[in-house]
Design a protein. Sequence first.
Length: 248
Amino acid sequence: MKIIADLHTHTLASSHAYSTIRENCEIAKERGIKVIALTDHAPLMSDAPHEWHAANQHILPQVINGVCVLKGIEADIMNTKGELDIPDYVVGKLQWIVASFHGPVFPPMSEEDHLMAIENVCKNPLIDVFAHLTTTSYPFDYKEAAKLFSKYDKIVELNEASLRSGASKRENAVRLFNECKSEGVKIAIDSDAHYCERIGDFSAVLDVLKEVKYPEELIISTDLDYIINRANKNHPSAPKIDNSIMRI
Ligand SMILES: [Zn+2]
Ligand SMILES: [Zn+2]
């Protein structure tokens, strides 16, 4: 399996991360990653840049140092209604949106509340990916959630940083991704890198996927065309990405 994407990455614009876009792209290129998503935090996290940071990404080239760069954000799920902390005018400019539960914005609630929030985020067509869903503080019914991801065609991320830090237990990841496999859910392999050297480093994730035996055709991180087509289709008001942009 050749992984060519890392669709959850931070730059020093999120103040608890430490690398520039250029540094992230340099490491991505070295490791054969053809596309990364810039997903710095949305405004309600204390370390987040001002909302103008996300809105102004259209000034960046689509390809930096030979790597396709999706202009995105890691949005915070604010409540059980599935509302997110991104103003509408910013949402419309973005090419890739990751949604996360973060304690400072959505303090852990009951399993039913977590599932309700997930269901309502699923109904938002602009959300591409659920990030680090296997963290221990946000339990929910994995089987029911997998049915929702399949029904609404949402991508579920397996997140290297949360597995390594212990925020996600390995057994949670095995359980969730077994349910996702049963429901034919598409998944992404992401670093959630906060330093450039972590871009494209997926060893803990690959260890889980090996155990689960996830079907390769459901892993979007190997498929550049799928990623670019999805970004274009799901974000019609964002700058269009030319499909031939990474062809040699
Ligand atoms: Zn996060
Ligand atoms: Zn993150």
